[in-house]
Structures are given as structure tokens and as C-alpha cells.
Design a protein around this ligand. Structure first.
Ligand SMILES: *Cc1c(COP(=O)(O)O)cnc(C)c1O
Length: 251
């Protein structure tokens, strides 16, 4: 990361593209090294670039650099950006806490929602998917910092709620159960222990696949802890800062 504090639009596009290319190469290096360290093949891990707070022009540059998966966490920002990038060969993932009144919009551009964490959201996503005649991939976001039955601070279903939610997604028209997602907890028993948190998610994924064999995705790991996630068996890492730079505002 050569110049992480740089303002997104402050310099020319060619320079921005060079910076993104070099950051992508460093992330690629980390993923490859993490795979090699535990004997995994590089193609077992897919990079999703989290483009939240960055402009559509960056998404376009990323697509030119070979990125095929991008993620956003706020519909207000994501909807216009996705519309501006509709010509690009990208898969859009939604990774933020999702209110049911935003679901119709999200289903219009996101092929996958990684933050499914409650039954009400499942029902709303299903209705929107059917209405739009689209199939929406769903990951259940697991809150490893939640007490029994509770949702975590940043959303997510408690581990003991996963089976019920999985069954609901699997039975919902228009939805496809793709797997599990988590964010390394800042509090609770896994605080400061991302590797253990991701291993727990991986175990939950193995269990889930006995009932839902196609739910193979394990989405874990961000800029700070993608190496631990790959070591623990993640199939998808969601990386923002390490590719695009430190975000200008919280997102
Ligand atoms: C922002 C975000 C990321 C990426 O975080 P970085 O630390 O910038 O890599 C990953 N997952 C989710 C759910 C996010 O909101």
C-alpha cells in the first residue's frame, strides 16, 4: 500500500489505476502465501473487493484490473454505483445490515446478500426476488459475539439460530442458500482471536453442509485478518482498505 491516505479523486485516473494494481498485487501475494502455508490451492479462495465509500470510477478501474467480485454495505451508495457500472462483468455482493425497506432495491443489483440474519429479512428477500424474477444467493451472517438467541452488535444471527434460518432460506422461493459469513468479533470470547473465530465458522459450515450440501461458501477475513481467514478455510475474503486505501469516512 504505497499511499493509503490519498484522496480517491485527487490524482489522475492512470495514477489511481497504478495504485490499485499495486495494492491488488500485494493482496494477491498475501492470499497466495496464506494458501501455500496451509497447503490450499490458490483457486479455493475468491477475492471480493469491498468498494464502499469509493466512487464508480474505482469500480471501473478494478474491473479493468481483473476484479470480478465487489461488495457494498449501504444501499443508498450501492444502487447508483451499480447502475453506473451495469456494463461491467461484475458480481455484486451486499454485506451490510439490511433493512427490509431496502430489500427491493438491493435485489435489483446484488446477486448475493451476505448479511442474512433474521427470518423477517428472509421473507422480504424472497418476496423481492420472486417479484424481480431473480435468484438471490444468501449467506447467513453469524454473530460470534452474540449471546444465546441475540444478534451481534454489527448484526448477524447467533450460532444457535443458524439451523432455523438456513432452513427458512432453503425453503424460500427465489433464494439460494450459499453458506456462512462472519466478521471477526471485537468483543466476547473471540475478541482479538480472529483465527479461532474463523475456525469456529468453518466448523459451523461443515455442519451446515450435512443438511445443505450446496452451501459451500465461507466468507471471512478482511484487510487486517484475511491471512487468518484463509488459514482457517475461508472460501471468500472481503477486502476494502488494503486495495482501495483507508476510507474517507466510516463505512
Ligand atoms: C468494510 C467491510 C469489509 C472490508 O473491510 P476492510 O477492513 O476495509 O478490508 C469486509 N466486510 C464487511 C462486512 C465490511 O463492512
Amino acid at each position: 500500500m504505497t499511499d493509503r491516505t490519498e484522496d480517491a479523486g485527487a490524482r489522475g485516473l492512470p495514477e489511481r489505476k497504478d495504485l490499485l494494481a499495486s495494492n491488488l498485487a500485494q493482496v494477491e501475494e498475501r492470499i497466495s502465501a496464506a494458501c501455500a502455508a496451509v497447503g490450499r490451492a490458490r483457486d479455493e479462495v475468491t477475492l471480493i473487493v469491498v468498494t464502499k465509500t469509493y466512487p464508480a470510477s474505482d469500480v471501473r478501474l478494478l474491473a479493468e484490473l481483473g476484479v470480478r467480485h465487489v461488495a457494498e454495505n449501504r444501499d443508498q451508495d450501492a444502487a447508483p454505483k451499480a447502475a453506473q457500472c451495469a456494463d461491467l462483468p461484475l458480481t455484486w455482493h451486499f454485506v451490510g445490515q439490511l433493512q427490509t425497506n431496502k430489500v427491493r432495491s438491493v435485489v435489483g443489483y446484488a446477486q448475493q446478500v451476505q448479511s442474512v440474519d433474521r427470518l423477517k429479512l428472509v421473507h422480504s428477500l424472497s418476496a423481492a426476488a420472486v417479484r424481480a424474477e431473480r435468484e438471490v444467493g444468501c449467506l447467513l451472517q453469524v454473530a460470534l459475539d452474540a449471546g444465546s438467541g441475540e444478534r451481534g452488535e454489527r448484526g448477524g444471527v447467533a450460532p444457535d439460530g443458524v439451523d432455523e434460518l438456513a432452513a427458512a432460506v432453503a425453503g424460500a422461493p427465489g433464494l439460494r442458500l450459499d453458506g456462512l459469513m462472519t466478521v471477526a468479533p471485537l468483543a466476547g470470547e473471540y475478541a482479538g482471536r480472529p483465527r479461532e473465530a474463523f475456525e469456529r465458522l468453518r466448523e459451523m459450515s461443515s455442519r451446515l453442509r450435512t443438511a445443505h450440501p450446496a452451501a459451500t461458501m465461507v466468507s471471512a477475513g478482511m484487510s487486517a485478518d484475511l491471512d487468518e481467514a484463509v488459514a482457517a478455510g475461508a472460501t471468500h475474503v472481503r477486502v476494502g482498505t488494503a486495495v482501495l486505501g483507508v476510507r474517507p469516512r466510516l463505512g
